[in-house]
Design a protein around this ligand. Structure first.
Ligand code: PLP
Length: 236
């Protein structure tokens, strides 16, 4: 049996140590607990331990769990299809996975019609992996320029999922590249764009990501234990 409270304490200690090593304060790093495949009873336990930001990678799963958990911020961290935007745009605090102009336009259409603005991150496929979603790094600035003109979306930073490797040191350059890209976008001083968040780092690589400048890490397994993908995602 996984002792969640211990896991959370341990993860928070490791985040704090990594942030201090890179000259930042632990409270400047947001921990997003990734709850995919985790039933709501276990999620509630994590919330009771003080976690306030929850991340789901599927729209249906997020919407199914949301009514059961109160007082938290939900993050959509997985691929978003345009035809699902309508269901989810006003139910999340931050969408981490915008990677096309069409998707940004769809979010803008919904939000603008309601007089609202949705916080988004642009997902970048830094390593150029074929199996992954996300923009190529060279496509980021052109997209930022186009999205800036959309009143219903607010770009708040960049996100990446690094390749899964045995030694996280191998992906340090991936994180450094995203951090450099963030500085580059920031330097353009575009209206309505703020590069507040750099969402990178998961169970296997979050300390390296923080060293490279991450201020938002998305952690599942280190908190909830390893997922069993042979099972169906369950709400209860
Ligand atoms: C599952 C997932 C995570 C968390 O992965 P762990 O290895 O369980 O920490 C982070 N980000 C995204 C986009 C994910 O899908």
């Amino acid at each position: 049996m996984v002792n969640m409270r211990e896991n959370i304490t341990r993860v928070q200690e490791r985040i704090a140590a990594a942030s201090r090593r890179s000259g930042r304060r632990p409270e400047d790093i947001t921990l997003v607990a990734v709850t995919k495949m985790v039933p709501v009873e276990r999620i509630q336990e994590a919330v009771d331990c003080g976690l306030q930001d929850l991340g789901e990678n599927r729209v249906q799963e997020l919407l199914a769990k949301q009514p059961y958990i109160n007082g938290v911020k939900w993050h959509l961290i997985g691929h978003l299809q345009r035809n699902k935007v309508r269901q989810v745009w006003d139910r999340v605090a931050l969408i981490h996975s915008v990677d096309t102009l069409e998707l940004a336009r769809e979010i803008d259409k919904r939000a603008s019609a309601a007089g609202r603005k949705v916080d988004i991150l642009l997902e970048v496929n830094v390593a150029g992996e074929e199996s992954k979603f996300g923009l190529m790094p060279e496509a980021v600035i052109p997209l930022v320029r186009e999205v800036t003109g959309l009143p219903g979306v607010h770009i708040c930073g960049l996100m990446t999922v690094a390749p899964l490797v045995a030694d996280p040191e191998e992906v340090r350059p991936v994180f450094q590249r995203l951090a450099a890209l963030r500085r580059e976008v920031d330097g353009l001083h575009l209206p309505g764009v703020d590069m507040a968040y750099l969402s990178m780092g998961m169970t296997n690589d979050f300390e390296v990501a923080i060293a490279a400048g991450a201020n938002m890490v998305r952690i599942g397994a280190a908190i909830f234990g390893a997922r069993d993908y042979s099972k169906k995602a369950e709400v209860h």
